[in-house]
Design a protein around this ligand. Structure first.
Ligand code: SF4
Length: 503
């Protein structure tokens, strides 16, 4: 139990976020008066007006141990919103410093609890700050440690090299197409993914709706003479549908979307090796798919079984070679750190196996306990590595990828991620996924079509995003797609407000 007394503020949410960096689901009791009790951690956070800013005083006590921390922070602007933001950050900062002293655990990301640290660095740089100024802000205001700053800068530099028009890419948009079927449902999965065998009756009506959505949205794009940066087929596992159905979908996007010759990248998630066939690979080759994913997650068979992935390790390797032989050579692989019963030994084995294949890119995820997943709901059934081992695996991934010549090119954090670490996309030079950069950095509209697809619509030049979710389940999508497409196009008209036609 952690007992917290706030004076001069009520930033309880921020306090909860910082404490969660140190302890999974911390139990917090906010009090106005405190009587010391053995075994409890007591924190007192006081906020006072300071000279041109705020002054905070923090005290932390546990048993005989006691630390204090004093902090002065200037306002960057004197409007109410900025002053409140400064006060919140000062409280978070003070609490972080106290908790680091008490636990001896250093938080590399400082008080940044959001999921896109790179986005903040891009914002600073695009506002005209030099790298040094931006780093100073991240260090002094957010307590981001130098090794994370170095990682951020490396990623940002690479993104700017891959997408040279990064800061004006909002003149274009990207398209995500969600196919909500998979062979079986993995235990950690919260994506809209329905076991295809028990949903066969939904497949054709879903595809009918998707063709309709592609045609209607394509007509809107043509009318606005809109260029497309990248197209991504995800889900679910898009290769769960038949080769003929895939062929018809590609034909539909080529017919409906404008400027297909200018699309910089077309990706298909073929994540589950058990969905890949020579016929489907031939269809993807025919339509010039640039990039596919074949995801091992782990190279330990027992783990695949435990997480409900009904394919073998050998199948992953075999399908990888088949895709390479058929000319689909830009292949991404995903690995997950912290799968049930996996520690450093199993993860080392997975990396060694990846090393034999050397895919164009490798994404290393850290397992996140999302509320809706089977794993989270039955946590007691799954044994996962502790914080230190997770950290050791992440460090190994960093070292191993560096030694093999991979470079980190995107990064994101999730809530409830084990060890407060991050997911990192590594790639060989020149094999980075443009779509992944677009979706992570939120610098242009992403139009989401199909099941579970969430559009993020951005009026060029505004930086403001409006989320527009499609239904997650095929049944609702199949029943509502006509009204849904109509409403979405009306909203796109309103958001774009005619600007696209002029761009
Ligand atoms: S393959 Fe991917 S989308 Fe399908 S159930 Fe597994 S994690 Fe979810």
């Amino acid at each position: 139990m952690i007992v917290v007394k706030c004076e001069g503020h009520s930033f309880e949410r921020e306090i909860g976020l910082i404490l969660a960096l140190f302890e999974e689901e911390p139990e917090i009791r906010f009090v106005t008066e405190y009587i010391p009790t053995n075994g409890e951690t007591y924190i007192q956070l006081t906020l006072q007006p300071g000279e041109k800013g705020v002054h905070t005083l923090g005290i932390i006590e546990k048993g005989e141990t006691r630390f204090t921390y004093d902090y002065d922070r200037l306002y960057l602007a004197f409007d109410e919103k900025s002053m409140r933001k400064t006060a919140k950050q000062a409280i978070s900062y003070t609490l972080l410093m106290l908790m680091e002293q008490l636990t001896g655990v250093e938080q590399g990301w400082g008080i940044l609890t959001g999921i896109r640290p790179t986005k903040l660095l891009h914002q600073f740089l695009s506002s005209g700050m030099t790298k040094e100024e931006a780093h100073r802000r991240l260090r002094t205001d957010y307590m981001v440690r130098p090794y994370k700053l170095e990682l951020l800068q490396k990623i940002v530099d690479l993104q700017l090299a891959v997408v040279p028009d990064f800061y004006s890419i909002d003149q274009e948009l990207s398209v995500y197409i969600g196919i909500p079927f998979c062979p079986t449902k993995c235990a950690y999965c919260t994506f809209p993914a329905y076991a295809i065998k028990s949903h066969t009756a939904s497949v054709n009506p879903f595809l009918e709706g998707l063709h309709y959505e592609i045609e209607q949205v394509g007509a809107w794009l043509k009318k606005h003479d809109q260029r497309i940066t990248s197209i991504y087929f995800g889900g679910g596992t898009p290769t769960s549908i038949t080769a003929d159905d895939m062929d018809r979908l590609f034909a539909s996007i080529h017919e409906s979307f404008p400027h297909m010759d200018n699309v910089r990248e077309l990706t298909v998630e073929a994540g589950r090796p058990d969905t890949i066939t020579p016929e489907k690979l031939a269809v993807m080759k025919k339509w010039n798919v640039d990039r596919i994913s074949i995801n091992p997650q782990s190279f330990t068979q027992e783990t695949l079984h435990a997480i409900g992935r009904h394919h073998t390790v050998e199948e992953t390797i075999e399908k990888y070679h088949l895709a390479m032989e058929m000319g689909l050579r830009n292949i991404n692989m995903d690995l997950i750190i912290g799968l049930p019963n996996e520690g450093l030994a199993e993860f080392t084995h997975s990396l060694e196996e990846v090393g034999k294949l050397m895919p164009a890119s490798l994404t290393v995820h850290t397992l996140s306990f999302k509320r809706a997943s089977e794993m989270t709901q039955n946590k007691e059934r799954y044994r996962v590595a502790d914080r230190d081992e997770i950290r050791a695996m992440m460090e190994l991934a960093e070292k191993w990828t560096r030694e093999q010549g991979y470079q980190p090119y995107y990064l994101y954090r999730q809530k409830n991620i084990l060890g407060n670490l991050e997911n990192v996309g590594y790639s060989m030079p020149g094999q980075e996924s443009i779509y992944n950069i677009m979706i992570m950095e939120e610098v242009q509209s992403i139009l989401g079509l199909g099941c579970g697809a969430v559009s993020k619509l951005m009026q060029p030049g505004s930086g403001k995003l409006t989320r527009w979710p499609n239904p997650k389940d095929p049944k609702t999508y199949n029943e509502t797609y006509r009204e849904l497409v109509k409403a979405k196009l009306e909203d796109m008209d309103a958001i774009y407000g005619g600007q696209v036609a002029q761009s």
